[in-house]
Design a protein around this ligand. Structure first.
Ligand SMILES: *Cc1c(COP(=O)(O)O)cnc(C)c1O
Length: 437
């Protein structure tokens, strides 16, 4: 790859090569472009999750209160807002919320959406093909031994930096599938230990995420009864994530959040390979159109989606190609090459991407705990700089007629993981956040 030529065309790559934070605005956002999915796909996924709710409720009693629906609260975080304003010396007009996917039931991260959805869909297909399940059944029968026996003849495999593995591993093992998780070197030890304790086979790699996925894919390819969850291009994962957008509508109503020509909403989502933030963005744009503005946050050492979208090369370029190492404390975002599915879909939907220095992650983690009493993992802290990036983007605000509407704005930071982090580990993160300040 001729990087020098690429830099001439996209000078921002110079900053990215030096690990300097950047804000990239997507000129193609809002253009008319064909998208391979539509509202019906989101509704289909939502309906499938509703069919499975009686099963989830029975298999995971912690979901009793929500009737087997895995959903997270949208919380206003005024004290954190004040802290961000003080630190930056600049106000954030409007309101600030945290979408707490960090606290989703079953697997404690955003992966409890897409990951669990894809495995449920596979289980449904297997059981229906055997004539053991119809759409009209009460899916709680899936907890019966005859289903576990059926599923034990099939296997599920996935490559992951940690959280996808957790979600796929937990739901697959619960249903009775044989399950193998291929973990990259970035994966935290406790995630591997937890999975092994649930009977999941964990294969460890000394290489990065891309290698773990490739090996998983290769090993699964030879086995007809193995379902490989392909984080680099799965439509099922993508659509499972998109359901979040439909379910946020009543949460907006409850919180008094308007999203219309006079009331812009800005959403900031941490991005790894792109599947989770991509699916959520697709859903949000389907539901709210141009008045919702969505941005991805990535670590300066692994800005794969920014690089892929900026250059239009998508998965044909990696962070390594511009000399970056892909290493970051945001383990869930330690991905060097973006999804082959998501970049093209995001071309007309995503409003921009920004990057964040690793040194800021732990302090944000500590601030969120101190100000709001909410604990999240480092990856979930990649977007606290988002509002200030957008507010400093004069050209963007002017182009979209937003300058005089900022007082009416709502900012939503998507917290993507954290509630399964063991106590000791979380205390370590917090301490690091306090020490680096
Ligand atoms: C996976 C993950 C993300 C990003 O999702 P991708 O689909 O990889 O882009 C963000 N935060 C956390 C905590 C994650 O586990």
């Amino acid at each position: 790859m001729d990087i020098d030529k690429l830099v001439l065309e996209y000078p921002m790559i110079n900053d990215m090569r030096e690990c300097r934070e950047i804000m990239w605005l997507n000129e193609s956002s809002g253009e008319e472009m064909p998208i391979p999915f539509g509202l019906n796909d989101i509704e289909d996924a939502e309906a499938r999750l509703a069919r499975f709710a009686p099963y989830i409720r029975k298999a995971f009693p912690e979901t009793e209160s929500t009737g087997g629906i895995i959903e997270s609260p949208l919380k206003e975080i005024p004290s954190m807002k004040k802290k961000l304003e003080e630190d930056e010396g600049k106000a954030i007009p409007g309101r600030l919320f945290l979408k707490c996917d960090s606290h989703l039931a079953v697997s404690g991260s955003v992966k409890a959406r897409g990951g669990i959805y894809e495995v449920l869909k596979f289980a449904e297909k297997v059981a229906m093909e055997k004539g053991m399940l119809t759409k009209d059944d009460d899916y709680s029968i899936l907890t019966e031994d005859r289903f576990r026996e059926l599923f034990s003849g099939y296997s599920v495999a996935v490559g992951s930096t940690g959280n996808l593995g957790l979600s796929i591993g937990i739901i697959s093992a619960k249903l009775g599938f044989k399950v193998t998780v291929h973990m990259s070197a970035d994966a935290r030890q406790w995630k591997k230990d937890l999975l092994r304790s649930k009977g999941v086979t964990v294969v460890e790699y000394e290489d990065d995420y891309q290698k773990a996925v490739a090996e998983g894919r290769r090993l699964a390819a030879g086995d007809k009864k193995c379902h490989f969850v392909d984080d680099e291009g799965s439509a099922d994962l993508f659509l499972g994530y998109s359901v979040a957008a439909k379910r946020i509508i009543p949460q907006f109503e409850e919180a008094g959040i308007l999203c219309d020509d006079e009331h812009p909403v800005f959403v900031y989502i941490p991005c790894g390979v792109g599947g989770a933030p991509g699916g959520i963005t697709f859903g949000l744009k389907e539901m709210f159109g141009k008045n919702i503005h969505v941005f991805f946050g990535e670590p300066t050492h692994a800005p794969c989606m920014t690089l892929g979208m900026m250059t239009g090369l998508n998965d044909k370029i990696s962070a390594q190609d511009i000399g970056l190492d892909g290493k970051t404390a945001a383990d869930g975002l330690a991905v060097s090459r973006p999804s082959r599915l998501v970049g093209t879909i995001m071309k007309s939907l995503l409003d921009g991407c920004f990057t964040i220095n690793d040194e800021k992650l732990y302090p944000f983690l500590a601030d969120l705990k101190d100000t709001e009493g909410i604990e999240v993992e480092p990856s979930a802290c990649a977007c606290f700089t988002g509002p200030h990036h957008v507010l400093a983007s004069e050209a963007y605000l002017i182009k979209n007629g937003l300058k005089d509407k900022l007082e009416n704005a709502t900012h939503i930071i998507w917290a993507t993981g954290g509630s399964m982090v063991p106590r000791e580990e979380m205390d370590k993160y917090y301490k690091m956040g306090k020490e680096t300040k």
